[in-house]
Design a protein around this ligand. Structure first.
Ligand code: NAD
Length: 255
């Protein structure tokens, strides 16, 4: 299958680790020009070493100025952004009673506004080129709520509503907007969260969770990245305004 991504300019936010890094590496392997941003200089340097020629920028996605500055720097260096992958860390877990206005503001800034701000910055160029792909990394929690993830379950639905609406407004310019919804995906951070630093505890916790996943295991980040790259490609030219789970079948409804 011809993906047609050679030479495309791709910006993956929060692209230094986990699913974002896997997506950035997959685009890099396809011959795309890749830019990433993240908060930590050390993780950016590690990611850059894996992707020669990659543009790696420091930015906190919860801060409007920093998102705008990062997008401007990418446009300056790559001239255009053909593919924007809106990725970020997830909002904190917690039951409704535990959450403050500050937590809600933080979640909205991280999960919704970062995507809106980055999209706003790159959209004029996509419109001028009459070609673009906007791909949001979300969660299977948009298909069925994940217990305890009040912020994630709520704010990610706003991203879906925004993305669906936007898809209708930019389709005439040949810009496709889609959302990828990972299920449990093995990343360094998830292993730390599950195991509290103990790899054996992490494996035991993973086995327990995996018992509820029809495919019986967590995803590798590359398995999520495969869909991201496909949606960015020429092969996905008639797919827009949708959200697709990569969840090993854990979603119980007709996702
Ligand atoms: P991860 O924690 O491995 O990586 C997240 C990346 O986001 C890191 O590079 C981190 O530095 C960056 N980041 C976090 N906050 C940031 C900020 N304010 N500014 C800039 N960068 C920031 O996460 P992941 O597992 O790759 O997940 C990616 C997305 O997919 C998240 O939204 C996550 O909630 C979602 N998701 C993950 C899973 C899973 O099992 N891994 C499941 C469902 C949804």
């Amino acid at each position: 299958m011809k993906l047609g991504l050679q030479g495309k300019a791709v910006f993956v936010t929060a692209g230094s680790q986990g699913i974002g890094l896997a997506a950035a590496r997959a685009f890099h392997a396809e011959g795309a020009q890749v830019a990433i941003c993240a908060r930590s200089e050390s993780s950016l340097a590690e990611a850059e070493a894996l992707m020669p020629g990659c543009l790696a920028l420091r930015a906190d996605l919860t801060v409007a100025d920093e998102v705008e500055r990062a997008c401007a720097a990418v446009l300056d260096r790559l001239v255009r952004v053909d593919v924007l992958v809106n990725n970020a860390g997830g909002p904190r877990a917690g039951a409704f009673d535990e959450l403050t206005d500050g937590d809600w503001d933080q979640a909205v800034n991280l999960t919704l506004m970062s995507a809106i701000r980055a999209t706003r910055a790159v959209l004029p160029g996509m419109r001028a080129n009459r070609w673009g792909r906007i791909i949001n990394i979300s969660s299977y929690g948009t298909k069925q709520p994940v217990p305890g993830l009040t912020l994630s379950n709520s704010v990610r639905m706003a991203v879906l509503g925004w993305a669906k609406t936007l898809s209708t407004q930019v389709a005439a310019d040949n810009i496709l907007v889609n959302t990828v919804c990972p299920g449990w995906t093995r990343t360094a951070r998830l292993e730390k969260v599950l195991g509290h630093g103990d790899p054996e505890q992490a494996s035991a916790a993973e086995r327990e969770v995996a018992a509820d996943i029809p495919l019986g295991r967590f995803a590798e980040a590359e398995e999520v990245a495969n869909l991201v790259v496909f949606l960015a490609s020429e092969a996905a030219s008639y797919i827009t305004g949708t959200s697709i789970a990569v969840d090993g079948g854990i979603t119980k409804g007709y996702a």
